[in-house]
Design a protein around this ligand. Structure first.
Ligand SMILES: *[C@@H]1O[C@H](CO)[C@@H](O)[C@H](O)[C@H]1NC(C)=O
Ligand SMILES: *[C@@H]1O[C@H](CO)[C@@H](O)[C@H](O)[C@H]1NC(C)=O
Ligand SMILES: *[C@@H]1O[C@H](CO)[C@@H](O)[C@H](O)[C@H]1NC(C)=O
Ligand SMILES: *[C@@H]1O[C@H](CO)[C@@H](O)[C@H](O)[C@H]1NC(C)=O
Ligand SMILES: *[C@@H]1O[C@H](CO)[C@@H](O)[C@H](O)[C@H]1NC(C)=O
Ligand SMILES: *[C@@H]1O[C@H](CO)[C@@H](O)[C@H](O)[C@H]1NC(C)=O
Ligand SMILES: *[C@@H]1O[C@H](CO)[C@@H](O)[C@H](O)[C@H]1NC(C)=O
Length: 924
């Protein structure tokens, strides 16, 4: 056998299993009456079974479906195969026991398969142990529970035992297993193994074992100890699957002797340190899966492992934590005349270094996936030798250089994904010369220039095209109009001219032409060729004219982005036909008129952005029907009237509410406090009057998560600052892009009520919004003092209360904020007075400042300020003059840099963090 195909191996095992019973298939014997009675009783004890027993009629039970007899045993039933027959017993497991006990009458039964039937939730009946003649027993997915009865150990003829996929079944002791000396195939995956078992000891008493699967059994390395065990069984084992357990430490050395091994699966464990070079000595390996562990290197590099494993077909090393170069770039792949490897996966595993030329020697490779690593340097020309290659994924690395022309020779390639690298140069017809089977092409986010003849007829029919950020420098490419493309992303691709009148030929569900130089108006019959369009992104172009009503014919449309164009006219009322719309962005156009009340028909709307247009009038009350809204931005228009109280009642999922720069009047309705997921509230630059509601402490979305040990996680409210706020950015998910998320997070969790006519105090309740990054209350008529607990706004980066009539002193806690997180503070134009509080806390670490380095070294003025504050704070503990105090990031940076560089012992002491600072003060 030159090649060991794994398939072949399975067949081998199955045929071994089949030898004892194959002769019964053409049996002419009619069944023994006693067996028939047993089967009839068995049948009757089950409830209605649609698949099971319809053919169980007539005298000759040997002809019944799933039943086989055997000449040599004179018409006795030897095989019962009831796999997945939807058998269903009474609710009580005792009933199951009674049903199954009928099988005890079948004295010659060798093969019993009850897998995939729901046999109730009771324990496996002990009497299974008395069916001594069984050689095959399959109870996989039968939903038994309790402990596995040791009586199974009486089945000493058993060759194949499958108890897998019964998560409620517990294995408390395995000594019984050691009595199954004929066993060559054992599957106990998805059972729960109790901790104390020494599996190695038990398994070494099973000399015939060839095939062992114990995945997802909660095993740890103590149950599978590496050394010191007499594990002779390992010599014979051909397949070992220990995936999805808790094995920690290096790969057990004992496996070194598994020279017969063809399949080894250790994925989803916690295996660490180096992948040992001796794996390369397991010359019979066909499948090796080490993915999802924490390996950090490969001894001798991948090259040394691959060198002699000629028959290896699939290798998965994804999701590890490799550091540095692991492929082995020195040397070349020799040792086998041919390598069978057809699948090589190394996804998201931290690997770096260059891609070696020897990859081109894996001539049978069909699937190469190196996504999401840190590979750098050029794509090797030799990849063009992989003539059998079907899918090539090199995205999300740091590859540079040009696309090798040799890739154009990969005539079986269906997927070519080079996205998110630093590849540059020109891509022309040559690169696609023989790619006649290409279906998915992803060149997005590189520095590629696409230059093909305008009359080029591509050899392929692409289904999915992503060319985001490629440079076309032309009009919409004609060759794409010949494709039956389903998704097309040509955003930021320097495409000019107008949108083609018809995109008939394409079968688009997704079209992204945003961030181009597209001019002209939207074609009136735009919709004709796109009856299944789901997402349309045309934002950031120069499109003029009105929103064509023909858009309303694309009933499948879910996301519509026409933002940042020069659209004028009114928002068409017929948009109500687009019942599937969930995201609409028409912001930054010249749209006028009112918000049509038909918007209320868009029940699935989650995202509505009409910011920066010239819309007027009041908010249509129909809008309240859009109860799934998460993002509502109507800022920078000429909307008027009160802020409706129903906003608070209707939008229980709202995360972002922006109504800034309109002419809303009246007071802020306290119903807004019901918007508990809200993270951005921006009502600035309106004509709002009255007080700030005292209920803003209900806005859980603006609070840090309170972790509490006796609260289940689901009860936690508010957001976790480390995690992304839930669904914060559909746009990002939608487009898989980062710049939109940058835009949202630049808003951060914030409240802006500035430039209104608000009166009264700053409510204490505001200080419970501990997740706020920005709080702007400036340019109002607020009075009273700054709340004492202002320091509880632990995340605050920007705080502006300037231009009010606030009085009193600045609370102590404010200063701790200034030191910890604030980068912008404006207290100017108030009547604040009195001493500046003592500097009583210095941040414990300077690391949070480092990322501000882009603003570093701005000017000496900032530096001076920082010294002064520190000096004064240090020497006197207070500062009697309150003036406009502006802090920004460079201030903080300068401050810490100064501290770092200072030689003076005082400043060094400051730098040595808070402890010494406090102590020093106490000593004064
Ligand atoms: C039936 O089985 C016998 C052996 O018992 C074998 O010789 C014969 O070829 C089989 N017949 C068929 C049709 O498979
Ligand atoms: C047991 O039955 C299941 C189907 O229910 C099957 O997938 C599995 O391969 C069988 N086990 C053996 C060892 O034949
Ligand atoms: C089967 O095994 C159990 C426990 O392992 C034992 O108690 C029992 O005597 C055995 N029964 C037979 C019939 O051998
Ligand atoms: C290992 O176990 C096998 C079978 O159980 C036995 O034959 C052999 O002598 C043992 N070897 C050692 C070194 O203990
Ligand atoms: C591997 O097998 C050899 C004998 O074949 C033995 O000497 C050695 O100790 C075994 N190594 C391990 C780790 O079991
Ligand atoms: C492409 O794939 C087909 C079908 O799998 C295969 O027959 C053919 O040999 C492959 N072509 C090359 C160049 O490997
Ligand atoms: C590619 O990147 C490497 C560093 O990763 C650099 O040394 C090399 O000059 C770059 N080559 C090109 C063509 O940009």
């Amino acid at each position: 056998m030159r090649k060991f195909s794994d398939h072949g191996f399975v067949l081998l095992v199955l045929s071994l299993a089949a030898i004892p019973f194959c002769f019964c298939i053409n049996s002419t014997a009619s069944c023994v009456e006693r067996d028939r009675e047993a089967l009839t009783k068995f049948q009757q004890s089950f409830q209605d079974t649609p698949d099971g027993f319809s053919s169980w009629k007539g005298k000759d039970c040997c002809k019944w479906k799933g039943v086989s007899c055997d000449d040599q045993s004179a018409g006795h039933v030897v095989k019962l195969d009831l796999r997945a027959k939807r058998l269903r017993t009474e609710v009580h497991f005792q009933a199951t026991e009674v049903s199954l006990s009928c099988l005890l009458e079948l004295k010659y039964l060798k093969y019993l398969d009850l897998s995939g039937n729901n046999l109730g939730d009771g324990p496996i009946p002990k009497f299974f142990g008395s069916m001594k003649q069984l050689t095959y027993l399959n109870l996989s997915s039968t939903q038994f529970s309790g402990t596995v009865p040791h009586h199974i150990g009486n089945l000493t003829s058993l060759q194949i035992l499958d108890l897998s996929n019964q998560p409620l079944l517990i294995v408390d002791d395995l000594l019984w297993l050691s009595r199954l000396s004929s066993l060559h195939h054992l599957d106990m995956s998805d059972l729960y193994f109790e901790e104390t078992l020494n599996l190695m000891q038990v398994l070494s008493m099973l000399p015939s074992l060839l095939w062992l699967r114990l995945s997802n059994c909660g095993l740890d390395e103590t149950q599978f100890p590496g050394g010191g065990t007499n594990a002779t069984f390992l010599h014979n084992l051909q397949s070992l699957d220990l995936a999805n357990n808790g094995l920690l430490g290096p790969i057990p050395d004992a496996l070194r002797n598994m020279t017969s091994l063809r399949r080894l699966d250790l994925s989803f464990n916690i295996l660490q340190s180096s992948i040992p070079a001796w794996l390369g000595n397991l010359e019979n390996l066909v499948h090796l899966n080490l993915s999802h562990n924490v390996f950090n290197s490969i001894e001798g590099g991948l090259l040394s492992i691959l060198r002699n494993v000629c028959h290896l077909k699939s290798l998965d090393l994804s999701l590890n934590q490799f550091q540095g170069e692991i492929l082995g770039t020195r040397g070349t792949l020799s040792g086998c005349t041919e390598y069978d490897l057809d699948t090589l996966r190394l996804v998201n595993s931290g690997a770096s270094g260059r891609l070696p030329d020897w990859l081109g020697k894996l001539r049978n490779l069909k699937y190469l996936d190196f996504q999401m690593n840190s590979f750098s340097g050029p794509i090797p020309f030799s990849l063009g030798n992989l003539s059998t290659l079907r899918e090539l994924y090199l995205s999300h690395n740091q590859l540079n250089g040009t696309v090798p022309e040799s890739l154009g020779q990969l005539s079986n390639l269906t997927v070519l994904d080079l996205s998110s690298n630093n590849i540059d140069g020109i891509v022309s017809e040559v690169h696609f010369a023989n790619l006649s089977k290409l279906e998915i092409l992803n060149f997005a986010l590189n520095h590629l220039t696409i230059r093909v003849k305008s009359n080029w007829e591509p050899p392929f029919q692409l289904k999915h095209v992503r060319m985001e950020s490629c440079k076309f420098g032309t009009q919409f490419p004609q060759w794409l109009l010949t494709q039956k493309t389903i998704t097309l992303d040509l955003s930021n691709a320097s495409i000019s001219g107008t949108i083609p009148k018809s995109l008939h030929g394409l079968h688009l569900t997704y079209l992204d032409l945003s961030y181009n130089e597209i001019t002209g108006s939207l074609p009136q019959k735009f919709s004709d060729g796109m009856p299944r369009l789901d997402s349309l992104f045309l934002g950031s172009n120069h499109i003029k004219g009105s929103v064509p009503t023909s858009l309303c014919n694309i009933e499948t449309l879910g996301a519509l982005d026409l933002s940042k164009n020069r659209l004028s006219g009114e928002i068409p009322g017929c948009l109500k036909n687009l019942q599937n719309l969930y995201a609409v962005d028409l912001s930054s156009n010249n749209l006028s008129g009112v918000i049509p009340s038909s918007v209320g028909y868009l029940r699935h709307l989650v995202w509505l952005n009409l910011n920066n247009n010239s819309l007027h009038g009041e908010l249509p009350s129909a809008l309240r029907n859009c109860s799934y809204l998460k993002h509502l931005d109507l800022g920078n228009n000429r909307l008027s009237g009160h802020i409706p109280a129903w906003i608070g009642d209707s939008f229980e999922f709202l995360i972002i509410l922006r109504l800034r720069s309109n002419t809303f009047n009246g007071s802020i309705p306290s119903q807004l406090c019901q918007l508990s997921p809200l993270q951005v509230l921006d009502l600035a630059h309106n004509d709002l009057t009255g007080i700030i509601p005292h209920c803003f402490d209900y806005l859980n979305g603006m609070q840090l998560v309170q972790y509490s040990t006796n609260q289940p996680e689901s009860d936690q409210q508010g957001y976790d600052i480390d995690a992304e706020p839930n669904n914060k950015n559909i746009w990002q998910v939608l487009k898989g892009r980062e710049y939109e998320s940058a835009r949202i997070s630049s808003l951060g969790v914030s409240m802006d009520l500035s430039s209104n006519n608000l009166v009264g105090f700053i409510p204490d309740e505001l200080t419970s919004l501990s997740g706020l990054l920005g709080l702007n209350l400036s340019h109002n008529h607020l009075e009273g003092s700054i709340p004492q607990k202002i320091g509880e706004l632990k995340s605050l980066e920007s705080f502006d209360i300037s231009n009010n009539q606030l009085s009193g002193t600045i609370p102590m806690s404010m200063w701790s904020l200034a030191m910890a997180t604030l980068s912008h503070l404006n207290l100017s134009y108030n009547n604040l007075s009195g001493p500046l509080p003592k500097v009583y806390e210095i941040p414990t670490s300077t690391s949070n400042v480092d990322h501000d380095s882009e603003e570093a070294g701005e000017d000496g003025y900032e530096l001076l300020w920082s010294c002064l504050v520190v000096m004064l704070g240090f020497a006197m503990g207070f500062w009697g003059v309150i003036g406009p105090l502006m802090l920004n990031k460079s201030w903080r940076h300068a401050y810490f840099r100064y501290v770092d560089e200072a030689k003076d012992w005082i400043f060094v002491a400051v730098a040595v963090k808070m402890r010494s600072w406090r102590r020093w003060e106490e000593a004064m």
